[in-house]
Design a protein around this ligand. Structure first.
Ligand SMILES: Cc1cc2nc3c(=O)[nH]c(=O)nc-3n(C[C@H](O)[C@H](O)[C@H](O)COP(=O)(O)O)c2cc1C
Length: 331
């Protein structure tokens, strides 16, 4: 399979495997690690433009660049003035590309006709897209689903008008909004989007390794893949898939002391991104995922301490103890 490298504006993407934006997970710390391991592109967590305009600290954290190159800021919203302001604030925060969220299925978001709710209102969606494109010099991309439900699959129509309005790349999660995360992503239904437009299309949904990435590309004829949930506990996965798609030598997953160092580094990065209190809380899910992905079994007592202790130094000591026990068992 030979894939062309993608260029958006003046930005040449490293390879054709991208990290999906995931609110609460793909923060600056995680994106930095994914980039270090060779992800072709990373995107910020979704930033609600109205909350950003109101100066909500969580949104101000999300908009900050890490070492992402390019720094892609994903905005959601349903009002032109907040999206316009959001695009300006993103540019001030060093964004290189603005991504529009038209895929979020959450009721809170779609009830306000933002996220995937916009797929039910293609005219309104188009007006918002035009507003953003005309309010910024930055390239604009779009992430969406197949449609609102199985009776209204309209990704290709929306993609066509979005591209006519100036959108430079489109990612399609192969589910409808009404599916939320149920069932299986339908990569074949992404193909009509590829056939309808001239800009690169990225296929997303249920891609977990190089084999499923190749299958998703074959079924959709897309130019690249985007991977979300499969990265839990394995920030190297996108780089591995990107290398496999480019026919390069695979990156080995870190194990033993290398994995321990990675976990400690990630933990420290989160403490500095969020501050100690929120950093300790936010890092807990990653610790569980790292152990799950590496098949490191921890007993109930260890798990409870790890998930309740609020002292970062003690948490690090616990992680080291888990690894030395694991080493002793393997010896
Ligand atoms: C916890 C979580 C948070 C998410 N947050 C966002 C987001 O902020 N912006 C977005 O466009 N999609 C978001 N998504 C959707 C993912 O980007 C992706 O489209 C979806 O998970 C399907 O891909 P996957 O099967 O590889 O996980 C989120 C998904 C999850 C599970």
């Amino acid at each position: 399979m030979s894939l062309k490298k993608i260029q958006i504006g003046k930005h040449n993407l490293q390879n054709n495997a991208f990290l999906a934006p995931m609110a609460g997970i793909t923060d600056a710390s995680f994106r930095k690690l994914a980039t270090r391991f060779g992800a072709g592109m990373v995107v910020s967590e979704m930033i609600a433009s109205a909350s950003l305009a109101a100066g909500q600290p969580e949104m101000l954290r999300r908009i900050r660049a890490s070492s992402d190159d390019p720094h892609i800021v994903q905005l959601s919203g349903n009002q032109a003035r907040w999206l316009e302001l959001g695009a300006k604030m993103a540019a001030d925060a060093g964004a290189d590309i603005i991504d529009i969220n038209m895929g979020c299925p959450s009721k809170k978001v779609t009830n306000g006709l933002a996220g995937a709710g916009l797929m039910r209102e293609p005219e309104k969606a188009l007006r918002l897209i035009e507003t953003i494109v005309s309010s910024t010099d930055l390239p604009v991309t779009l992430k969406m689903r197949l449609g609102w439900d199985e009776n209204s699959i309209n990704a290709a129509q929306i993609a066509t008008s979005a591209v006519n309005a100036g959108v430079k790349m489109i990612t399609v999660h192969g589910r409808t909004r009404q599916q939320f995360y149920r069932g299986k992503a339908n990569w074949r239904l992404v193909r009509p989007v590829v056939e309808a437009i001239e800009v690169p299309v990225v296929v997303n949904g249920d891609i977990v390794d190089a084999t499923s990435a190749k299958e998703a590309l074959a079924q959709s004829c897309a130019s690249a893949v985007m991977i979300g949930r499969a990265i839990y506990g394995q920030p190297w996965l996108i780089g591995q898939i990107g290398n496999a798609l480019a026919g390069k030598k695979p990156i080995n997953a870190p194990t033993g002391d290398d994995l321990l160092e990675l976990i400690k580094t990630h933990y420290e990065m989160m403490l500095s991104e969020y501050g100690e209190h929120l950093g300790v809380l936010g890092a807990r899910k990653h610790l569980v995922w790292y152990f799950d992905a590496a098949n490191i079994k921890i007993d109930k007592q260890q798990s409870r301490s790890l998930l309740t202790n609020t002292n970062p130094k003690q948490v690090i000591i616990m992680i080291e103890q888990i690894f030395s026990k694991q080493k002793a068992k393997a010896a």
